[in-house]
Structure formats: C-alpha cells, structure tokens
Write a protein that binds this ligand. Structure first.
Ligand SMILES: Cc1ncc(COP(=O)(O)O)c(C=O)c1O
Length: 472
C-alpha cells in the first residue's frame, strides 16, 4: 500500500498494471504542479509513502523502479540503482500536522486484525428511508451542481429543525450555508472570519481539524484545558486568556473526545465573557442528538448570543452516514457572508442527491431520535461497564459515542505505548488522546474508545481485554 502524497489517497501498487496506473496518475499530477520544485523530467516512486509505517523517504526500498520520460516523450520504466528521494513538500502552515492518528490506527487495526473501537464511525448502516431518498434523487436526475449555499429545500429543513431544537427562527436564505460535512463548515468559518494574527481560544483536548484550519487561517491559538474527572470549563482560566486580540472562542458540545456536555452554567459564563469582550463563538454541535443524562443546549439560543455565534453541525453522526459529508453552518447575516465566501471557493457546492436525502433525514419523526438515543445508551452501558470490569478508570460520557479512560493501571509509559500494545497484543484499537491536546503531555494518561459499533463487537472487544490485558 502506498500513499500518493499529492492526492493523499491509498493505492495498491502491487500489480504491474496498478503500478503503471499509479505512476501515470502521479506524473500527470506532478506535471500539473508547474510551480513545484520537482524536477520536470524525472519522477521517482519514492514520492509514494509506504502507509504501513510513518517512514521518511530514506526508508523506501531502493530497488523500486523509477520513472523517466524519454527524449521522445514516451514513458518508460527503467531500473535506477540510486533513486534520489525528494524531500516531502508541504506549506509551512501545515508542516506540523502529521498523518492523522485515525488513519494510522485504522491501518494498524487492519494489519493485526484488531477490533476497531478507535475511529468514530458506526459499523452499521444508516436508515433505509434516508438511503432510499438518495437513490430516488439520483434516479430523478438531481445530479448537477446544487446552489452554492444549499438546495432551497434543505436550507428550509435545517431552519425548521433548528427552530424545533433551539426555539430560534433563522432565515434559510441568509443564515444557513450547507457545507461538505461539519469539517468544511469549520474550515469555511475559520477562513471566512479569521484574520491573520487573530487570537482564537480552543478547549483542549479538541477535534483535530480545529488546529489545522486555524493554522491555515493564520490564527494564533490559545488553549484552555478541560481536566478529568468532570472536564469542567475553568471559567477563571478562560477569562485570563481573553485579550483585546481575541476574535473567537471555539467550543464543542457534546465534546469529542471526552463525551462532556457543556452545562447551562458553563455556557452562560462563556456567553457573558464573550459579550463583555465582544468575542465570537464558533460552536461545533455534531453530537447534539447523542446526549444521554442531560440536555444539549446550543449557545446561540442564550440571550444576546445568536448575533455572535456560528453553529456548526452535520448529518453524519445522527444518521450513521459519516461518509456522506453533509454539514452546515448557521450564523447571522453579518457572519454568514464571510463563511459563504470561503465556502464558495473551497467546494462551492455539496453533493446534490445527498442534499435531497438530507431533507428526508432531517424531517424524520421524533421517534427516530428517541430510538437513536436509546440504542446508544445501551451501547454506552456495555462499553462503560465492560471497561470498568477490565480495570480502567472510566470517565462515563454524558454525550457523543466516545468514552475516555485512564489506562495507567496497566503500567504503560504513555497513551501511544498503551494503544500499540492494545492493538498488537490484545487485538483492540483505541485512540491515544494526547493527539487531541495542545500540550500532548496532558493527554498521555488517557485513551478514547468509541461505542458506535454493534453490541456484539463491543462485547467481543471487552472479552479480549478481559482475557489478555494484563497489568505490567
Ligand atoms: C467534534 C467533531 N466535529 C466535526 C466532525 C466532522 O464532522 P463531518 O464528518 O460532518 O465533517 C467530527 C467527526 O468526527 C467531530 O468529532
């Protein structure tokens, strides 16, 4: 397996035809990058990074053939004894971000046949009525570019749902932008509203795309850490990091990876700090329907907050369709304009038939959401109780489909060492949480398990851990 560093896609280059396809597509991409520093007439397979390791170019097998373009322009494969690896090229703004831990762990999981409780996607399918709506939309020819900020029916449906959930009345035309997943809503918000040098406050640990998109926007990131066991918001610390340069506070409730749901008191305190200091709030609420013992509150619904809040959400978690990547941002017109501009030049529009199917999804009866919550509560109970039985200190989540545990009773050096041991020796995948922290040291005692898996899978993972996980 190789990673094409330009497309980021995984490729099997094991057969000759695949190999030449890989080389061809690689060359055409390279050629189109006229400003790159790559030599214009010689290309090496060493630009393909073996995915099974985090290797540098020097670890690439020297006996791989390299590609040359002959004088008459035809492509030939000729053996080159000494390939000259080129340094990987990445703009400074992304230099410090590595292959995501989720990709690395999923690859290790496949390699060791481990049960994957790492990456946060369900191992069951989304609802039939939503899939049928997508198929129908494709058959009906709803297949060309959609309107940039969303098909009108979807914007109206999102506004209806937001009213139902929060009591807020929003203008579907001026205050909603449909995006390619919440990930694009996050990127468009940062790129559309943040200027170079603006300060943005982030609660650590946090979802990995925040720091990368803030870096792309040129923001200065300030972190405030949420600490176990409650992961409460340290309000005084938040006050102390706000400055005259603070443009926004980025929150995520329910929170990945901790499963914490921000309380009304915490949200009121954040709101009043932001109002007093004229600071915006970017609120990522992708797990809003996955709350168990408490209610989810959108900070936009608090007094004086709608006009300074961007609420971001998506379909993936609520409808077990994480691959569809339908998301949205809701904001008052003076903020939605910047987001719309960034979105126009990032993706312009999002998959038309899936937008039609999203209309069907978001109009689901209340019973759908009740059942979803009930199913997830059962899964949470299996995993939380199971992990306690195994011997972890478990921080039971009030929301999301994640559980964070303290692994230190098992005596491993840190979260990464523990996760490697867990995959290789026990056959279960968890995610080390240090990757979610601005200061990785703060997360080294914790790992995250996901319970968006069928019950048999959860029970099997628990059994493996009970059987094989030993204290050092
Ligand atoms: C907190 C958080 N925000 C956003 C996303 C991405 O959402 P989407 O798949 O809709 O882009 C995720 C996905 O795991 C997430 O955990």
């Amino acid at each position: 397996m190789y990673l094409d560093i330009y497309s980021g896609s995984a490729t099997s280059a094991s057969s000759p035809s695949m190999l030449s396809f890989t080389i061809r597509s690689f060359i055409s991409k390279s050629k189109s990058k006229s400003k790159s520093n790559l030599p214009s007439r010689r290309y090496s397979l060493s630009h393909l990074i073996p995915l099974c390791s985090t290797s540098s170019p020097s670890s690439i097998s020297p006996d791989l053939p390299t590609m040359s373009t002959s004088h008459n322009g035809s492509n030939q494969i000729t053996p080159q004894p000494q390939p000259q690896p080129q340094p990987f090229q990445v703009a400074k703004r992304l230099e410090k971000f590595k292959t995501t831990i989720f990709t690395q762990m999923s690859l290790l999981a496949a390699q060791y046949g481990a049960i994957n409780l790492g990456q946060g996607f369900p191992n069951f399918d989304g609802p039939e009525f939503v899939k049928e709506a997508a198929i129908e939309a494709i058959r009906d020819g709803k297949n060309q570019y959609a309107r940039g900020y969303g098909i009108p029916d979807l914007n109206i449906t999102i506004a209806d749902r937001f009213r139902k959930d929060t009591g807020l009345e929003v203008d579907p035309e001026k205050e909603i932008i449909v995006t390619t997943g919440c990930t694009e809503a996050i990127a468009a918000t940062m790129l559309g509203l943040i200027n170079h040098g603006d300060e943005v406050i982030v609660f650590s640990p946090c979802y990995d795309s925040y720091l990368a998109t803030l870096s792309m926007a040129g923001a200065k990131v300030k972190g405030v850490t949420l600490r176990p066991p409650e992961f409460s918001v340290p309000i005084e610390e938040l006050k102390s990091v706000i400055s005259k340069n603070t443009r926004a506070v980025l929150i995520n409730t329910p929170h990945n990876p901790t499963g914490k749901v921000f309380t009304r008191e915490e949200l009121n305190a954040i709101a009043s700090i932001c109002i007093d200091n004229d600071v915006l709030v970017f609120s990522d609420e992708v797990y809003d329907k996955l709350v168990y013992d408490v209610d989810h509150i959108s900070i936009a619904s608090l007094p004086g907050m709608f006009e300074r809040t961007v609420t971001m959400n998506s379909l993936g978690k609520t409808f077990s369709l994480t691959g569809w990547k339908i998301g949205w941002a809701i904001a008052p017109p003076h903020l939605s304009w910047g987001i719309k501009q960034a979105h126009s030049f990032l993706t312009f529009a999002t998959a038309t038939p899936l937008q039609w199917a999203s209309v069907a999804a978001l109009r689901a009866p209340d019973s759908y959401f009740v059942e979803l919550k009930r199913d997830y509560m059962a899964k949470r109970a299996i995993l939380v109780e199971g992990l306690k039985d195994v011997g972890f200190e478990v921080f039971s989540p009030s929301g999301t489909y994640f559980v964070v545990v303290d692994h230190t009773p098992f005596g491993h050096e840190d979260d990464i060492a523990f996760c490697e041991y867990l995959i290789k020796e026990v056959g279960v995948v968890a995610i080390p949480t240090s990757v979610f922290y601005l200061n990785p040291e703060e997360g080294k005692n914790l790992v995250r398990f996901a319970f968006c898996k069928d019950e048999a899978t959860l029970r099997a993972a628990i059994e493996r851990m009970k059987d094989k996980l030993n204290r050092k």
